[in-house]
Write a protein that binds this ligand. Sequence first.
Ligand code: ADP
Ligand code: MG
Length: 634
Amino acid sequence: MPKIIRLSPHVANLIAAGEVVERPASVVKELLENAVDAGASKITVEIRDGGMTFLRVTDDGCGMAPEDAKTAFLRHATSKLRSADDLAAISTMGFRGEALAAIASVSRIDLLTKTAGAISGTSLHLEAGEITEESEAGCPDGTTIIIRDLFFNTPARMKFMKSDSVEGSRVAAAVQLQALAHPEVAFRFLRDGKEVLSTPGSGGLEAAVYCVYGRECAKMVKVESRWENYTLTGYVSKPTDARPSRSLQTFFVNDRPVKSRLLISALEEAYRNQIMVGKFPACVLHLTLPATAVDVNVHPAKTEVKFLNEKSVFDCVHYGVLGALNKTPDRPQVQFSKPTLSGEVAHSTGGITPQPAKKESFFRTMTAEEYKSFTTVIKDAPQPKPAAAIATAAKVERTAMPPIREHVMLPQITPEEKPAIPPVQKIIPPIPEPEIEQVSLEMPKEIPWRMVGELYNSYIIVEQGEEAFLIDKHAAHERILFEKLKANQEAISSQALLTPVPVRLSPEAAAELLSNQPLLDELGFEIDEFGDNTILLRQIPMDLSPDDAGDAIETLATDLLNGRRENKNNIRDELLHTVACKAAIKAGWRTDDKELLALVDKVMSTEDLKYCPHGRPICVTLSKKQLEKQFKRS
Ligand code: ADP
Ligand code: MG
């Protein structure tokens, strides 16, 4: 047996350094945390060569007395903890007393520090953790620490470093993160002599987010909410501005940047059914909770935390973000791109391009005849029924099994299901009818709207005051149907097929479906094994057309195989998406004007109808001002 020995402090520090000091960015993170803990209001970070040869952090914090400055580099030396009890409620960024010792063990350090009120400061030089020079020095209040030749004595670690530009970018990210964590501190970051970041330190989180994310931030939605004794503040992206990855999701718990699956899923839950598959929201969110409700002593880098009450944390983030998203009233604007040299207006994604005049106009106003038919429906409409009565009426209709198309017609189309405020007041008649005029005179509060017509059999044009709306009819109908299906919390009602429909699937998909019969039951499907990887559909959800059932069951199988079964609500929602999508009126198809009008009425009267279940916008606005600008009238 080899003899056991106790490792020297130097070797112990090197081992610890492996965990805490991974690369220049992690050194910067630790030094910035120390400066923040020292109460600094201004912090400057400078690096050269990605931070490998030179890295300097200057702060105007409390500084250190001569004896403290030397002790600071010993392992487990800290001013932030006194006893084990203190571990239960940590209010500083650092507390492990490890960082300076670890950094010192793998670099050469110069330290200059002075406390306020002291006549002079202290200067120290360290090589691989050993103090080699010590002197009194004249210097400003605060601390400057210079790290040179990082990993000079650990060639193994040095080999893992990437190029200077990669390491430099990681340092930049670390500075950004601290700037977002502490908006009350002014941060400056210089890379090879050039200033690349500067935050004011006084303008609150918004100013910090603006400095880091640039103009992107203007499009974000502000979050501000309380939940029990937790508070959530910050900014989140709109569902339509989702990103291809989670890289712009930043969470802080009591000002500490953390990585947490719980927080990610709470955030993303708030975007469910509003965001495209494979896209992710961006955020800068600060969660503040009592220090005793969170344990930060989980990992040496302190980026992981444990919450005492995970459910409350989840709810605080989920409902906080959801509330903020639901509050954003605006609909995206039509974007025109700048005119090109030839004077034509170029294409831009999501924008519309003015077309040269064609013989037939794209815009068609309702004819007098058509208008009459609308007003008749409206005038004849009886008083609105209470919601419950409407629901039963809808159910009765369902069991009577009318053709699918009728099912998916919007509730407002039938006179019994008129919304509470009859749309009479909102419609400007192209040919004024005296009695309608009277009604509008009685209730002039809401700006009336008018359906102008439809473009490309896809986009409904609506005018309201000085604004026009373009409504994607498929997206709008899909969302309305989806909400209607979702509102029905019971098992999805189904229809029996006279002739069962065979669907051929991959062996895995068929097996997956057959082993999930109870779930399928709940979703309104009854299937049978037919052999040869084929299943027989005997019953399908009521609102699904038999022609679309094969596609729907295949999508369902894919969801199940992809493991989404963990969350039954997800599967159900996905199926409802599919049903709503298949049942909704299609872009490019002719749609009856009455149906369009009912759709418009619903969109105009429901404020939170903003995105289709896949996150595409339902409605974009085009203001009179925007148009006038295009025609050089303003
Ligand atoms: P910790 O931050 O966990 O206490 P560190 O090794 O990072 O451990 O720092 C050790 C101690 O050195 C700190 O507790 C603090 O008292 C002191 N210190 C470090 N950096 C600064 C600074 N920039 N200004 C004032 N004091 C500092
Ligand atoms: Mg520290």
